[in-house]
Design a protein around this ligand. Structure first.
Ligand code: AMP
Length: 465
């Protein structure tokens, strides 16, 4: 074993001997990155934010912390692990059971939406040490006083970004309120949008932040400047760039409202799912546009700077400047919208002779000269790719007390679609939107229109983009 390997050995950690010997039996000889980074502070009892994806070994990173702290002689729910979907909750519970094999009489219970209530109520009557579940169903059991969280001293939020995407923010807050404050809270997330920061600030105390593979996750944005002869060429130029780079999500920045409409209309005629966003739109249309773009059921958003201000989208593959921005600061801000979260992004700007002063100013502010190149040649045009998701609009919202868990439950319940086919869920006053993968849209539509949410049926339709 090299010196590097011995640092990564589990027996450098203050873990119970039974857990250590079981790790040997499982063939876990070396800690993964996230385990090596997270386990020391976790075992010291600190709150930890871990940036890691499924497959990184993150379950053991929090699971060993949960199991090491647990007092098996005290038959109370001492740890709660919240996951966005049933599939993940099942996977986490399986891994926890594996890690806990050496602890006798330990009871791990999963409580997920979309599953019949009866057996869960029965299991809850028998008690458990660790509960793993999805937020909606856990909140239900807590509200009906079937699940008591007053002895929980370890809370884990797994794939927290997905839970927020699925609209579980309020549900999470309601659950956390029921857990004593002197708990340890671990939060794992693959991405860090601002909503995750504010969630962490609400539920954690002085968290230690660890990130697996931080060394090579620097964001990189590639900037391209393309020559156009005149304004008439710009819509085609955008289409050409989309065909060339084939990004999943793109924002096209325009300087005026008229341009947003023109460009979006042209792109739609070319077969792209493009939506315009500008200040003159009604709130309801604006909401729907942002919903469809942020949940990936529309692939192009054509927006003015002001309208795009509130846009908090993590995974933007490409930004196109229809015209160069009025000043360099706005340009840098636009370009910075792509390539976030350690991802590489592409920024393309269309430039005509008339914009040479702006280019000079931009060169000055970036401190380098900019090369303006010809547009990529037209490919044997394959039709534009369909966006990966489809949005369903349900005519029930906050006013009808529809919650994200109800929607997930209706979709994934008996004969339903798998939880990992569900995307963003957003609930407004009078309606709700849920994104599902394109291949599941028919089945999802049927499940919601035939099934019930909060005991009643709602009208549901696919939002046409
Ligand atoms: P996770 O990211 O938690 O879903 O874990 C991914 C897979 O890696 C699971 O199948 C674990 O059983 C396995 N695993 C986790 N930690 C280790 C380790 N230190 N050595 C070997 N396998 C591991």
């Amino acid at each position: 074993m090299s010196s590097d390997d011995s640092v990564l050995s589990f027996d450098t950690l203050p873990l119970a001997p039974a857990l250590l010997s079981n790790l040997v039996d499982l063939g876990y000889t070396k800690m993964t990155d996230i385990q090596a980074l997270a386990l020391p502070p976790v075992l010291e009892g600190q709150d930890v934010i871990g940036k890691a994806k499924t497959g990184s070994g993150k379950t053991a990173a929090f699971g060993l912390g949960v199991l090491n702290k647990l007092e098996v002689g005290r038959f109370r729910v001492q740890a709660l692990v919240l996951c966005p979907t049933r599939e993940l909750a099942d996977q986490v519970a399986r891994e926890l059971r594996k890690l806990a094999r050496a602890i006798h009489n330990i009871k791990i219970l999963t409580l997920c939406g979309g599953m019949p209530m009866g057996p869960q109520i029965g299991s809850l009557e028998h008690g458990a040490h660790i509960v793993v579940g999805t937020p909606g169903r856990i909140e239900d059991h807590v509200r009906k006083q079937r699940l008591n969280l007053s002895d929980v001293n370890m809370l884990v939020l797994d794939e927290a970004d997905r839970m927020l995407d699925m609209g579980f923010q309020e549900t999470l807050d309601a659950i956390v309120k029921e857990i004593p404050e002197d708990r340890q809270t671990l939060l794992f997330s693959a991405t860090f949008p601002s909503a995750i920061e504010s969630l962490a600030a609400r539920v954690q105390k002085n968290p230690v932040m660890v990130e697996a593979g931080a060394a090579h996750s620097e964001s990189s944005i590639k900037q391209h400047f393309y020559h156009v002869d005149n304004n008439e060429e710009r819509p085609q130029a955008v289409a050409r760039l989309l065909a060339h780079f084939s990004p999943v999500s793109t924002v096209v920045f325009c300087n005026t409202k008229r341009e947003t409409d023109e460009a979006a209309e042209y792109l739609r005629e070319e077969g792209y799912t493009a939506l315009a966003l500008h200040g003159d739109m009604e709130q309801k249309d604006r909401d729907r546009t942002l919903v469809c773009f942020s949940n990936k059921s529309a692939s192009v958003l054509v927006a003015t700077d002001v309208a795009a201000r509130g846009l908090d989208i993590e995974e933007l593959d490409m930004v196109i400047n229809y015209h160069l921005a009025r000043d360099s600061e706005i340009h840098v801000h636009r370009v910075g919208r792509t390539g976030r979260a350690g991802k590489s992004g592409i920024a393309a700007s269309l430039v005509s002779e008339k914009e040479s002063t702006k280019i000079k100013r931009l060169e000055q502010s970036l401190g380098r000269s900019l090369e303006i190149v010809e547009l990529p040649a037209e490919k044997d045009s394959a039709p534009p790719k369909k966006p990966p998701m489809v949005t369903l609009q349900i005519d029930g919202g906050k006013k009808h007390k529809v919650r994200p868990g109800d929607i997930v439950g209706a979709l994934t319940g008996e004969g339903g679609i798998p939880g990992d086919k569900i995307g963003k869920i957003q609930i407004f006053q009078f309606n709700s939107y849920v994104a599902v993968t394109r291949d599941q849209s028919r089945q999802a539509l049927a499940k919601i229109s035939k099934g019930k949410l909060k005991g009643r049926t709602y009208r549901v339709r696919v939002v046409g983009v």
